[in-house]
Every structure is written in structure tokens, then in C-alpha cells.
Ligand binder design. Structure first.
Ligand code: ACO
Ligand code: LMR
Length: 265
């Protein structure tokens, strides 16, 4: 009889075999025409393999818009600018910037979701959670910012909080994270719930309350890295912008000023 050749690749998000590609079974022409979907809806089809409610799609777009860029001084933009000025091509300069995204910068979302969920699910009080992290010598992912603080609030965090408060009947994990912020900011005004932490806890509240996922499905997305994926996707827009900007401005090779280095040798 016929022996089926085993496939080398398994794919469950898109299909290019018909006249037009589909995302989670939805033809791209339909994705493009459906005003309820937009970029956020296309992301939901590709990442969650289903249509999600318009408020969910719009939340993703809000995160993309607000975190696309944060100026030239942050780690990612700085690296992209230095690489572009060294004459590197677009993809290399982009990779150089993206490579800085990690536990301290822009890549704290999945850990923040995991840490806040664990503490919340264990019913720890905010004080106990902060004490536990201190005893374990662990920084709380999603807390702290270099320039934003209680006195200089982060507009992105304000917008994201307002959005979920308006669209969700309850936001238990965001509320817990805000209670943790009350504790950490007593130590230092810069230990606020930062944009990584805010997106992370709001996203978990959305995943857990939208009625589209079981609890374990929702938790698996976080374990697999969907939240850092969101920051990486949005910051790519800004990094490409910085590369183009350097090219347009014909910026020469960058060399760091010696008077800005403490030489210990
Ligand atoms: N949890 C608990 N304590 C903290 C945290 C935290 N997340 N961040 C800083 N602290 C403490 C430090 O231990 C230090 O305490 P000490 O004075 O007793 O030694 C004090 O606060 C000051 O710490 P610094 O390292 O000077 O803070 P800095 O401003 O340099 O760090 C940073 C900022 C890197 C964001 C830091 O707060 C951190 O690592 N946060 C967790 C990671 C994170 O969420 N990153 C995403 C930032 S947003 C973005 O990148 C888009
Ligand atoms: C960012 O979005 O890049 C920032 O929050 C990081 C920073 O230090 O401003």
C-alpha cells in the first residue's frame, strides 16, 4: 500500500497552499477587510490561532503603539544606532538592537507575569511577596525604571491601565501588582510598576477573563514567551526607524568619548 512520507515540519498557524495564504484558517483578504481585526487581530490569529474580541485586539495595538520606541538612549536603540553608524545593514543593525532585549530591558514581561501570578495564586500579600523576593535576592521583574518614577509617571503605563480598567469587569492581577508597587515605592520612588510589568499583568488579566482560553492554555502562552514576543515585535518598529534615521542623517562611525570612560587599567 501507499506509505506516507513523514513530514519534517509541523505548522498550525498558517497555510500557503491555496490561492491565498490563511492565518488560522482565515484568508488574508478577509483579515485585511475585517475592520474588527486590524494588526492586533492578525497577531491574535497567528499567536493564539483564533479570533479574539475587538477589545483584546485593540489592547495589543495599544501596546504596540506605546512601546514601539522610547528614544535613542535606551539599550536597543543605542545598539542599533551604533551598528548603523558602523556601516552595518538593516538586518544586522536590527539584530544588534534586539539582542539587548532581556531581563533588565524590555524582556521582563514573561518573568513579571510568572512572578506576579505565582504570588497572587498563592494568595501572598503584597508585603510578603516583596519580602520573599528580597530574602531570595531576586529583583521583581516588572518593577523599577531608570528615569520614570512616582514623580515622573510613565504615560504608557497610565494609558494601558486606563484601557483595561475601562474594558474588563475586573483586573485582579493588575490590582495585585499595583498593591506591590505601593510597597516597593516606599523604598524608592523609581520602583514603580514599569511598562513591561504593566503589560504583563494586564495581558494575563485579559487572557484569564476573555473566556477564550482554559487557565492552563492561558498560562502556557506566558510560559512559551508570548509577552516578550509582544515587546520584541513592537520595538522592531522603532529600531527600524532608528536605522533609517541614521542613514538619512548620514551619521559617521561612532566612537565613545574617552572622557566618558573610567579607565581602571
Ligand atoms: N525589585 C526589587 N528591588 C529592586 C528592583 C526590583 N525590580 N529594581 C531595583 N531594585 C532595588 C535594588 O536592589 C536597589 O536596592 P539597594 O539600594 O538596596 O541596593 C535599588 O532598588 C536601586 O536599584 P538600581 O539597580 O540602582 O535600579 P536601576 O534604576 O539601576 O534599575 C532596572 C532599573 C534595571 C529597570 C531595575 O529596576 C530592574 O532590574 N527591574 C526589573 C527588570 C525590569 O522590569 N525591567 C524592565 C524595565 S522597563 C523596560 O525596559 C521597557
Ligand atoms: C523603554 O521602553 O525602552 C524604556 O522604558 C527603557 C528606558 O530606560 O527608558
Amino acid at each position: 500500500g501507499l506509505v506516507r512520507k513523514p513530514a519534517n515540519i509541523v505548522c498550525s498557524i498558517s497555510d500557503d497552499r491555496g490561492a491565498e495564504a490563511t492565518y488560522a484558517g482565515v484568508p488574508i483578504s478577509e483579515v485585511a477587510k475585517d475592520e474588527q481585526l486590524g494588526v492586533g487581530g492578525a497577531i491574535c490569529l497567528l499567536w493564539f490561532r483564533r479570533r479574539l474580541p475587538p477589545y483584546f485586539c485593540k489592547f495589543i495595538e495599544l501596546c504596540m503603539i506605546t512601546t514601539a520606541d522610547h528614544g535613542p538612549c535606551v539599550s536597543g536603540a543605542h545598539n542599533t544606532i551604533v551598528a548603523a553608524r558602523a556601516g552595518k545593514d538593516l538586518v544586522s543593525s536590527l539584530i544588534s538592537g534586539l539582542a539587548t532585549i532581556g531581563p533588565r530591558f524590555g524582556g521582563a514581561l514573561d518573568d513579571a507575569a510568572r512572578m506576579f501570578c505565582e504570588a497572587f495564586d498563592l494568595k501572598l500579600t503584597p508585603e510578603k511577596f516583596v519580602e520573599k523576593c528580597k530574602a531570595e535576592k531576586t529583583v521583581i521583574a516588572g518593577i523599577g525604571h531608570r528615569i520614570k518614577s512616582l514623580d515622573n509617571p510613565d504615560a504608557r503605563v497610565v494609558l494601558i491601565k486606563e484601557y483595561v480598567k475601562k474594558h474588563l469587569p475586573s483586573t485582579p492581577l493588575l490590582d495585585f501588582a499595583l498593591a506591590v508597587e505601593q510597597v516597593t515605592t516606599k523604598k524608592k520612588a523609581s520602583l514603580i510598576l514599569n511598562v513591561d510589568g504593566c503589560i504583563a499583568v494586564c495581558f494575563v488579566d485579559l487572557l484569564r477573563t476573555c473566556g477564550e482560553f482554559s487557565r492552563s492554555e492561558a498560562d502556557d502562552f506566558v510560559t512559551h514567551g508570548v509577552l516578550n514576543g509582544l515587546f520584541v515585535s513592537s520595538r522592531t518598529l522603532g529600531l527600524v526607524g532608528h536605522f533609517l534615521d541614521q542613514r538619512r542623517l548620514k551619521q559617521p562611525l561612532y566612537r565613545h568619548p574617552q572622557d566618558d570612560v573610567t579607565y581602571l587599567a
